[in-house]
Design a protein around this ligand. Structure first.
Ligand SMILES: [Zn+2]
Length: 350
């Protein structure tokens, strides 16, 4: 008998999967009113969609959004989310709301508030304070920064210093699109191996940044920012969704076809390694167990098998998903609450 592939404990069973970059606050965005104009590039996607949405969020919407996002993660066998959060008009306490929502559903989460100077220096200070408060209270997380191009030098230096003092990394978008083309130069003095460098589309092959690159193929295609081609980097690579759910087997399949599209010799083992890299970022998932609807949980089979679903999920020995439902929360109530809060959000955006 041959031993099972890396990450598979035995036939049809794996550790919990990790989403290495998520935005739980975006779970209510689906069905939102159309933006005032059609975005023509990445900067306009940020300005016309995401930066209007994040400004409209309040605590109750955030709680509903995080509970829905956590439920949808569990539903796909993802037991750990590395979240990156922004709600400029509801900063204080926001990371604890997300952490509590995830705990209620039974999903592990690492929180970070995406600090930015887009709302002036006081907004940036408030964001830094929220990271500090949360970490000081013992929350599992990182120090978040939106991106180098929306931060003043002092803010970046302050975030890097805070992360160092807490012994955690910085979770930051890097070179996702044209406005952030200078990121490597700006961040080079600060980035260390425990940083999460999200996207890296515009990074040079031999960029100087230490840290794990988080590849989000679906989001990159959706935003027309180009292909990051993470095989070119010396950094470790992990997989995220950038807020479009937490179906990590789906993201693995997408990562595979993106890679394969221009390299016929590429194999599913490369994106499988990226998926498993999540365990290095969130080692606790090795205490989690997902039993799948499919026996051949190896990269070569999974790359060509859509729709594989969890039958049961255990987090630290506790069954949190069984028979198509969560065990700790009422899925119908979580969804109804999300629908109600989405209506409030949409009314504010209309
Ligand atoms: Zn993101």
């Amino acid at each position: 008998m041959t031993s099972p592939p890396a990450g598979v404990t035995h036939a049809g069973v794996t550790h919990g999967l990790v989403c290495a970059h998520h935005h739980l606050y975006s779970a209510l965005a689906r069905g939102m009113p159309p933006p005032p104009a059609t975005p023509g590039n990445f900067q306009e996607i940020l300005e016309l969609i995401w930066w209007r949405l994040d400004c409209a969020l309040d605590d109750e919407m955030l709680r509903a959004s995080a509970r829905l996002g956590a439920l949808e993660a569990l539903e796909r066998g993802c037991t750990a989310i590395i979240d990156h959060h922004e709600s400029p008009n509801a900063i204080d306490g926001s990371l604890s709301i997300i952490a509590e929502a995830c705990a209620e559903v039974g999903v592990r989460v690492s929180c970070a508030y995406g600090v930015t100077d887009r709302h002036g220096p006081e907004g940036a200070r408030q964001g830094l304070r929220e990271n500090e408060r949360y970490l000081q209270e013992g929350g599992r997380g990182m120090v978040g920064v939106h991106a180098a191009f929306t931060c003043e030098a002092d803010t970046l230096a302050g975030a890097a210093e805070m992360a160092k003092n807490f012994g955690v990394g910085v979770h930051i978008h890097v070179g996702e699109g044209a406005p952030d083309a200078q990121a490597a130069e700006v961040l080079a003095p600060y980035a260390t191996a425990d940083w999460l460098l999200v996207h890296g589309v515009l990074l040079e092959d031999d960029h100087p940044l230490a840290g794990t690159i988080v590849h989000n193929p679906r989001s990159n295609m959706n935003n027309s920012v180009g292909y990051a081609r993470p095989v070119r980097f010396a950094n470790p690579v992990a997989l995220g969704t950038d807020g479009i759910g937490a179906d990590m087997l789906e993201e693995f399949r997408l990562a595979y076809v993106c890679l394969r599209a221009t390299d016929v010799a590429a194999t599913p083992e490369t994106p499988w390694q990226w998926l498993l890299q999540g365990e290095e970022l969130f080692p606790e998932v090795r205490n989690d167990e997902v039993r799948w609807s499919y026996g051949d949980m190896d990269p070569w089979s999974l790359a060509f098998t859509p729709g594989v679903s969890p039958l049961s999920v255990r987090v630290d020995g506790e069954e949190v998903w069984a028979d198509g439902s969560p065990t700790k929360v009422d899925a119908a109530e979580v969804r109804a609450h999300a629908t109600e809060q989405a209506q409030r959000l949409f009314a504010k955006l209309a």
